[in-house]
Design a protein around this ligand. Structure first.
Ligand code: ADP
Ligand code: MG
Length: 232
């Protein structure tokens, strides 16, 4: 039994098939990346996993439970946390206050210093979140996710709008979260620089399905992937 099992997920929107018999197993404690061109169904897949959308057919199992058709709040409570592209932070609160608000309970509040270190914001805990740089806002939202102590983290394009340096720092940050906090992470991304830096198994999506899985070098040198993704 895998930690997260996605089985033959189909989701249609008015005749458009966004996910097409999508199947993938995610092991506990692993870090995986889902890549693919715009419109191939990546965000739809996260919407299905988090209960924002319900599949037309197929099954989602998390920690051995069939969570297909569960409401979002119940799925979140079971331990699936998600980060959207636009950071949902409280701009008028400080960095530390944002983490306190997000903390699941008292014991999570006690590890806020640890979270601040993990998201590279140790120097600025009393700064207003609204004054952070764009990349730091993204990290703060990742920190808020950590404070909720999920066991599976879904990140949808976490480096959107970041500089090259911020992108590399984000890859390091995600790798550390996976290794040091033991959290299972599934990240959607199309920035190839970021993906190379992540050094984790990749799953290339095309038209709602997985076209190929492998490491960065295997994916980079695959002719089908090149044709699809690099436009060659
Ligand atoms: P990606 O995240 O890979 O860019 P999406 O999952 O957002 O792709 O979208 C996959 C396809 O489904 C696209 O053609 C998109 O326009 C369509 N789509 C996504 N969400 C909806 C929705 N709520 N209603 C109608 N069409 C949608
Ligand atoms: Mg998307």
């Amino acid at each position: 039994m895998a930690f997260l099992e996605l089985r033959s997920l189909v989701k249609n929107f008015d005749g458009l098939r966004a996910t097409d018999n999508f199947t993938l197993d995610i092991a506990e404690g692993s870090l995986n990346a889902l890549v693919g061109p715009n419109g191939c169904g990546k965000s739809t897949l996260f919407n299905l996993i988090t209960g924002v959308l319900t599949p037309d057919s197929g099954e989602i199992r998390f920690k051995g439970q069939n969570i297909t058709r569960w409401p979002p709040h119940k799925i979140a409570r079971l331990g699936i946390g998600r980060k959207f592209q636009v950071p949902a932070i409280f701009e008028e609160l400080t960095v530390r206050e944002n983490l306190i608000v997000a903390a699941k309970n008292k014991s999570q509040q006690e590890i806020i210093a640890e979270i601040l270190a993990q998201i590279n914001l140790t120097k600025d805990p009393d700064m207003l979140a609204g004054e952070l740089a764009h990349g730091q806002k993204q990290w703060l939202e990742i920190g808020m996710l950590l404070a909720q102590a999920p066991s599976l983290i879904l990140l949808d394009e976490p480096t959107a709008g970041m500089t090259g340096a911020e992108t590399r720092a984000t890859a390091d940050l995600i790798t550390r979260i996976n290794r040091e906090r033991g959290m299972t992470v599934l990240v959607i991304e199309h920035d190839m620089g970021f993906i190379e830096h992540l050094a984790c198994p990749l799953h290339v999506m095309s038209k709602g399905q997985i076209l190929k899985s492998g490491n960065f070098t295997e994916i980079r040198n695959d002719d089908e992937v090149k044709a699809l993704y690099f436009g060659q």
